[in-house]
Design a protein around this ligand. Structure first.
Ligand code: UD1
Length: 339
């Protein structure tokens, strides 16, 4: 298939592009490079030895989005493009709602006009909101605690309504847990702009000497060691989940399916620090700080639906995730170069 990957220059998008190419698909990337460096494209071409068509495009622009579909024979779309920083979304709600929802609208509208019906959506475990049941299953009600999360809940609802109205759609909603790790080459990985918001890139920047120490946000949660517990999933396992979901919606008669993409394993902040120290051979200095507003104590995926229906499972351990993150960070201490 010829697959349009929106946000294909981003962290999860870029790893998925490589796996799509390895699986024999053609790839067209559409990205506005607002949160990605152009130099990643050369690395993707080198790693895959394949051609990648790239459109630098703001997908909130319906005319520009339509132009991509008019220029390319697209069979399916994997939609990653979107803003993703929780804290920033609280400070700039209009920007988050406008960007994330308008982007989805233009892409779905252009798909509709061109008869493209296969759509894989990058959603998040954040849509489970504050449910007290820590093991998340796909049938739980959805909710959110911040504008970023609400954009995911809202786009999921739009997709359900679309599938209800026209059952020729084949839509996969993929709810990611905590993606970490990097490609085994060390050539691509997560490259956050500014101070990292998430645990793993922060730990990696402490290990490489870019930051002095980590703050552990709370050690008095109701968890075995008191620190927050999450389901970390290797980005390569996550990328493989997208390829499996794309295969699956090509054969299913269901207009819409929802799958958790998680490992089903739960690790605390202190366990991640210890794993990273083993992987890097470096100390990770840290200090316990107050809880971060909006954080939950613990949650993880029940990935059994994806395991069963996609024939997919996460295979990489927390040690693999740290080893691969460290290879990327140590080879690229300042992230991707400017062109
Ligand atoms: C957040 C988002 C989630 C998003 C995910 C991956 C929410 C509430 N959270 O998840 O939607 O999909 O990022 O981008 O919507 N921690 C520290 N020190 C740090 C950073 C984090 O102790 O400097 C702790 C946190 O308190 C938490 C754990 O590490 O217990 C993981 O945090 P983080 O990597 O930011 O991910 P989440 O908050 O789980």
């Amino acid at each position: 298939m010829r697959v349009l990957v929106t946000g294909g220059a981003g962290y999860i998008g870029s790893h998925t592009v490589l796996q799509l190419l390895a699986a024999g698909h053609d790839v067209v990337v559409a990205d506005d490079f607002s949160n990605a460096k152009a130099s990643i494209i050369g690395r993707l071409v080198n790693l895959s030895s394949k051609q990648i068509t790239v459109y630098t495009v703001d997908l909130t622009d319906e005319i520009a989005t339509e132009h991509v579909f008019a220029s390319e024979e697209i069979d399916a779309v994997i939609h990653f493009a979107g803003f993703k920083a929780v804290g920033e979304s609280v400070a700039k709600p209009l920007s988050y709602y406008r960007n994330n929802i308008d982007t989805a609208f233009s892409v779905l509208k252009a798909m509709d006009a061109h008869g493209v019906r296969q759509f894989v959506f990058s959603s998040s475990a954040t849509v489970y909101g504050e449910n007290p049941v820590r093991e998340r299953t796909e049938d739980m009600p959805t909710s959110a605690t911040n504008p970023y999360g609400w954009t995911k809940v809202m786009i999921e609802q739009i997709l359900r309504d679309l599938a209800e109205a026209d059952e020729s759609w084949r839509i996969a909603i993929l709810r990611y847990f905590n993606p970490v790790g990097a490609h085994v080459s060390g050539d691509i990985g997560e490259d956050p702009t500014g101070i990292p918001n998430n645990l793993m890139p922060f730990v990696a920047q402490v290990a490489v000497g870019r930051r002095d120490k980590l703050q552990v946000f709370g050690d008095d949660y109701d968890t075995p060691d008191g620190t927050g517990v999450r389901d970390y999933i290797h980005v390569e396992d996550l990328a493989a989940g997208h390829v499996a979901a794309l295969d699956r919606i090509g054969t299913t008669d269901q207009p819409l399916s929802v799958w958790n993409l998680g490992s089903g394993q739960a690790n605390s902040v202190l366990e991640v620090i210890a794993a990273f120290e083993r992987a890097s051979g470096r100390d990770i200095p840290y200090a316990v700080a107050p809880r971060r507003s909006g954080d939950l104590p613990a949650y993880w995926a029940d990935p059994s639906k994806a395991n069963r229906e996609l024939g997919w499972e996460a295979t990489r351990t927390i040690d693999d995730m740290c080893v691969d993150t460290w290879r990327w960070q140590s080879q690229n201490p300042d992230g991707f170069p400017d062109l």
